[in-house]
Design a protein around this ligand. Structure first.
Ligand SMILES: *Cc1c(COP(=O)(O)O)cnc(C)c1O
Length: 408
């Protein structure tokens, strides 16, 4: 009798449950939007990446249906074999125009864009610098590349410079990796400073625009537009799945970079082309963004309104909780985090918000260094939605302070 080689899985799952790290899915039963249906109830949605409210837009749906009727449901092959359609190229041209880069390449997801791009750009003789808070896809892309990987403290350009001075000359190529909007904090990377360091130390730089595309800059072109550095050489990757309401990833940059990736990026070459529906929906989203800049303006108005509501009602130490004063973490994006130091409190606030009909993420270590309630703002939130969120939070935090009838 041999031992079951899969026997380790059950105890590992139990250990995950025991550590309170167990996760499972819950279905949303409606179109995406500021209000969604879940488990037979309507919930106000502050947990979505659909910043502009485009994922449920009739025009994106119509574009996806039309493309499906014309080209079918699947691309049937990799782009270099039978999987290329004219709309893939149309989308790549639209992204390059939007980003004001020479060219762009569309991947099947943002995650794959990072894996395939990083591994194509650097290898064993090279060096990667990565912000400690970078997204998993950047971190895993760095590992996959085989390059030497050095983490620098979050947004710390000074420390990065010291590390560049110490290590850069020992390696062939060098690549700096950073989120432009950090997904669990909502703050921005110091892009102008990083670009200066990249130039000084002959380093490439790749920014992950997942939460910046369609959000930052007056036209939504992202952080280079926001910081006024669109002419500087850099590699931009992003996703079609957040503000653009579809699915897929992209890299935008120089024509030679894109041509090189078409020839060397394994996660682009050896995977099926993006579906016609996803491609057409993303193309329509970019067109809408250009026709309706008021969407981005409305998103930022909502962000400003919610920030004001939070600072006026929540982060006052007196009325709420003596032990754990909520703090609004610095943010330059529609991702707003209220830090509450006690992980158990964050969990219970998240649960009670949900009981009140509001969806927001309770995020705890080890995902992030400090526990927080993470709220994402959408252009399609109404003022009453923001007020409802704050009223509910105030009530929950207040009742948390006063002793609850004999539950202990
Ligand atoms: C969501 C996200 C990705 C991955 O994009 P997908 O298209 O969903 O695979 C990459 N980087 C960051 C920072 C993200 O937030």
């Amino acid at each position: 009798m041999t031992n079951d080689p899969y026997a380790w899985i059950e105890p590992s799952l139990k250990a995950i449950q025991k550590a309170n790290w167990y996760r499972s899915v819950r279905a949303i039963d409606s179109c995406p939007g500021a209000v969604v249906e879940m488990e037979g109830r309507s919930l106000l949605n502050f947990a979505s990446n659909d910043y502009l409210g485009l994922a449920g837009d009739d025009r994106l749906i119509a574009a996806a249906v039309k493309a499906t009727r014309r080209w079918g449901t699947g691309s049937t092959g990799s782009r270099l074999l039978s999987g290329h359609r004219s709309i893939h190229r149309d989308l790549e041209r639209a992204i390059a125009d939007f980003k004001q880069t020479e060219d762009a390449l569309v991947f099947s997801s943002g995650y794959l864009a990072n894996l395939g791009t990083i591994a194509a750009l650097v290898g064993k003789r090279d060096l990667i610098f990565t912000d400690r808070y970078n997204h998993s896809s950047l971190k895993n892309g760095a590992i996959l590349s085989g390059a030497t990987v050095r983490e620098y403290p979050h947004c710390d350009a000074g420390e990065l410079k010291l590390q560049l001075q110490q290590w850069r000359s020992h390696y062939r190529r060098c690549l700096i990796l950073t989120d432009s909007v950090f997904s669990m904090d909502g703050d921005l990377c110091p892009l102008p400073h990083l670009l200066d360091l990249a130039a000084e130390f002959e380093s490439m730089i790749l920014i992950d625009e997942a939460h910046a595309t369609g959000v930052l800059g007056t036209t939504g072109a992202g952080s280079p537009e926001h910081f006024g550095v669109r002419h500087r050489p850099l590699i931009q990757m992003g996703t079609l799945s957040k503000a653009l309401g579809s699915l897929g990833g992209y890299v935008a940059g120089s024509a030679s970079l894109i041509d090189y990736l078409r020839n060397r990026s394994a996660s682009w070459i050896y995977t099926t082309g993006l579906s016609p529906a996803d491609t057409a929906a993303a193309l329509e989203a970019i067109a809408i963004l250009q026709r309706e800049p008021q969407r981005i303006a409305q998103l930022w108005k909502n962000v400003a309104d919610l920030k004001t509501l939070i600072s006026e009602n929540l982060t006052d130490p007196d009325p709420i909780s003596e032990q754990s004063v909520p703090k609004l973490l610095p943010s330059g994006s529609p991702i707003l985090c209220v830090q509450l130091d006690d992980p158990a409190l964050v969990l219970s606030v998240g649960d009670r918000l949900k009981a009140n009909g509001i969806l927001a993420a309770a995020v705890r270590p080890p995902t992030v260094p400090t526990s927080r309630l993470r709220m994402t703002v959408m252009a399609t939130h109404e003022t009453s939605h923001l007020q409802q969120l704050i009223e509910s939070l105030v009530e929950i935090l207040r009742s948390n302070r006063s002793p609850v009838n004999g539950t202990h």
